[in-house]
Design a protein around this ligand. Structure first.
Ligand SMILES: Nc1nc2c(ncn2[C@@H]2O[C@H](COP(=O)(O)OP(=O)(O)OP(=O)(O)O)[C@@H](O)[C@H]2O)c(=O)[nH]1
Length: 190
């Protein structure tokens, strides 16, 4: 799920990743929520990502809250040419803490780095904030495509790894079940 202030470039980042194109021109703000699928090859395995693009505008906040719970990963964006969007990251993190799964994969992205002249948030500031919260961090450009595939692929890799991990403490063990049911446990031991 892509989250962050309105206008930071969430839709453009997704379109760049999905179609390899840049939506130049008039800014059409997302209404509510939208999604696109993309299948990625991660180390020889096909990983299907369903990517939800949320509206950054405050008035849609209650809609997006409902989607956090089911998100496995969040890309949290700010715009390097917009200081307020960077300052609001703290508030977004609070929101994520309140509504998302506690183990959600989270990455911080500073978008629009192609606009060097208008940049007001330094790379080091993004790095510092990410370090403070223990988050992976990248600077991206939906316009040039810089680091866009890299960011989504990093998330897909992490999700794939997690999905393949064998839980260290299985929630359900046949042996315990057999004992509880009063049947001879020995017959079911390997
Ligand atoms: N220069 C530059 N402009 C960008 C980039 N990404 C997005 N934009 C522009 O920023 C504006 C907002 O982009 P969107 O992707 O619609 O922003 P959003 O975060 O989805 O906004 P909401 O839907 O309101 O939440 C558009 O005019 C885009 O063309 C980028 O990487 N570089």
């Amino acid at each position: 799920m892509l989250v962050g202030d309105s206008g930071v470039g969430k839709t453009c980042l997704l379109v760049r990743f999905k179609d390899g194109a840049f939506l130049a021109g008039t800014f059409i703000s997302t209404v509510g929520i939208d999604f696109r699928n993309k299948v990625l090859d991660v180390d020889g395995m096909k990983v299907k990502l369903q990517i939800w693009d949320t509206a950054g505008q405050e008035r849609f906040r209650s809609v997006t809250h409902a989607y956090y719970r089911d998100a496995h990963a969040l890309l949290l964006l700010y715009d390097v040419t917009n200081k307020a969007s960077f300052d609001n990251i703290q508030a977004w993190l609070t929101e994520i803490q309140d509504y998302a799964q506690h183990d959600v994969v989270l990455m911080l992205l500073g978008n629009k780095v192609d606009s060097a002249q208008e940049r007001v948030v330094k790379r080091e500031d993004g790095e510092k904030l990410a370090k403070e919260y223990g988050l992976p961090f990248m600077e991206t450009s939906a316009k040039t495509g810089l680091n866009v595939d890299l960011a989504f692929t990093a998330v897909a890799k992490e999700l794939k790894q997690r999905s393949m991990k064998v839980p260290s403490e299985p929630r359900f063990r046949l042996h315990d079940y057999v004992k509880r049911e009063g049947r001879g446990a020995s017959c079911c031991r390997p």
